[in-house]
Design a protein around this ligand. Structure first.
Ligand SMILES: Cc1cc2nc3c(=O)[nH]c(=O)nc-3n(C[C@H](O)[C@H](O)[C@H](O)COP(=O)(O)OP(=O)(O)OC[C@H]3O[C@@H](n4cnc5c(N)ncnc54)[C@H](O)[C@@H]3O)c2cc1C
Length: 459
């Protein structure tokens, strides 16, 4: 579909008047800057890009798209842009300008616009002795992260971020603005919390903060050659720790780039990262068996919640990459052997990171009043990332496939936020939940105006 018609250009001028002028079409200044996502191998070329400032401008954009036969793809950072492809038949609706944040400390509640990222909330909440259910990077939008579930550093104790969301302002495909809560729009509110961007454009959301003033957190770096010993020790340790501990066992090969800190630049490590939300004394006691292994670097210490924002060392700048992921059930020791064989020191793997996140705990229990993603199956989440540098593409894809194959026998499912390739959105859910989500899509988006990263009920 092309928007290069006189009629569309005329209505675009009208839309521009309604949304304050922040509308970009191909060939105009601003279009290229706005269409770029986090993964620079993804070449988004939407019919137009609109940057609305509030819900009414979102509604105007949706009415315009429907009238022109275009779809609407909401996006903030483009961290999960890959599944949608070039978007030629869609308006890319960037939520960037809707970035208002307010924190009600006594009520332990935050209200944020859809453009707010975790870094807009976590430090401010931390100053007030509060923590949020953010994930490993401060750089993703709270809306995108929470609509897909939201699995972070407090997950084993407090579950998914989606299930701590208390109200969602959303514009549905008919242009209606809803303040969705369990009382006003129970089905819409349920579907949004886990079903992603299939049901409308979220313009703001409210969620609970946790009364956490301090955590004990850090990273143990071990020489890469010790990968098998370290991952085995960590894996056995995870079976003994309480839900107050969320940790990651990881093989990390830092690229030789200037933005990587000098002590680790270009070097490879076996790594354990963890966040403890118990007292320091108990945390040190729990950590002791891993410290006994004698890490080369030990960064564990008490810190305010803001201190863990970059614990996982996720990249901040857009880069070319591909990923692999699976949720895994209980792992026998052989699974660790298979992982080390696929990505460890003898494997020849050039993957930047291959990690196992310890899940289970509250993630495996259905939260009260939960949304569509009530819990996650399995005990671990595997995530692998490789850089797609020119000339290295085939090697990276081979390395990723080897890791996926090594852990396939233990697969327990997939987690929507961690999948960065085109996938039927319904496949992330048990059949009854998938059916209910498809019915919600028929109710709130019967003509499939919304273009989500993982579509549910696609036609
Ligand atoms: C480096 C890195 C680290 C990550 N760490 C974690 C982690 O620890 N835990 C975790 O759970 N996930 C994590 N993720 C995954 C991340 O949560 C998803 O990629 C999420 O979709 C990002 O949201 P976004 O809005 O920033 O991305 P975008 O690509 O902008 O949006 C992704 C999708 O979300 C939907 N969406 C976004 N905003 C709206 C809106 N306002 N209304 C309706 N739909 C909307 C759309 O369908 C959109 O296609 C990580 C990703 C990366 C790249």
């Amino acid at each position: 579909m092309s928007i290069d018609t006189t009629r569309t250009r005329r209505s675009l001028a009208a839309l521009r008047a309604q949304v304050g002028g922040d509308v970009h079409i191909p060939g105009e200044p601003g279009y290229d800057a706005e269409r770029t996502g986090f993964n620079i191998t993804v070449d988004q070329r939407p019919a137009a890009i609109v940057v609305p400032r509030h819900a009414k401008e979102v509604a105007a954009t949706m009415r315009f798209a429907a009238a022109e036969g275009l779809r609407v793809a909401p996006q903030r950072t483009g961290h999960n842009a890959a599944p949608m492809g070039p978007l030629e038949d869609s308006i890319l609706l960037k939520t960037t300008a809707m970035d208002r944040v307010s924190i009600d400390a006594p009520a332990r509640r935050a209200r944020v616009g859809a453009g707010a990222r975790w870094e807009d909330v976590v430090p401010a909440a931390s100053e007030l002795g509060l923590a949020a259910l953010h994930g490993s990077t401060p750089d993703v939008s709270i809306a995108g992260y929470s609509l897909g579930g939201g699995m972070g550093w407090y997950a084993r104790k407090h579950g998914l971020a989606a299930n701590r969301v208390r109200a969602i302002e959303v514009v549905t495909a008919d242009g209606e603005i809803h303040s969705a809560t369990p009382d006003t729009d129970p089905e819409l509110f349920w579907a949004l919390r886990g079903g992603g961007g299939n049901f409308g454009v979220v313009t703001a959301l409210e969620f609970d903060l946790l009364p956490i003033e301090s955590v004990f957190a850090g990273v143990l770096f071990f020489p890469f050659e010790r990968a098998s010993e370290v991952l085995h020790a960590w894996h056995e340790w995870t079976a003994r720790v309480p839900d107050e501990v969320t940790s990651v066992g990881r093989l990390l090969q830092f690229p030789p780039l200037p933005e990587v800190p000098e002590p680790v630049r270009g070097k490879s490590f076996a790594v354990v990262e963890a966040v403890f939300i118990c007292g320091q004394e108990e945390a040190e006691m729990l950590l002791e068996p891993l410290r006994q292994l004698g890490p080369a670097i030990d960064t564990f210490m008490p810190m305010p919640p803001a201190g863990i924002a970059e614990l996982h060392m996720d990249p901040r700048d857009p880069m070319p990459y591909d990923t692999t992921h699976a949720l895994l059930g209980e792992l026998p020791g052989e699974a660790i052997d298979a992982l080390v064989e696929a990505a460890g020191p003898e494997s020849g793997s050039a993957l930047v990171s291959v990690e196992l996140r310890h899940t289970g705990g509250a993630l495996g229990r259905e939260a009260e009043g939960a949304g569509a993603v009530a819990s996650l199956p399995g005990e671990f989440a595997m995530f692998g990332v490789g850089a797609l540098m020119p000339g290295l593409e085939t090697k990276t894809e081979e390395d990723l496939s080897r890791v996926a194959a090594a852990l396939r026998p233990y697969e327990a499912g997939h987690y929507l936020n961690f999948v960065e390739s085109r996938t039927d959105g319904a496949s992330f859910f048990p059949p009854a939940v998938a059916g209910r989500l498809e019915a919600a899509r028929d109710t709130y988006d019967p003509d499939r105006l919304m273009q989500a990263n993982h579509e549910i009920g696609a036609r």
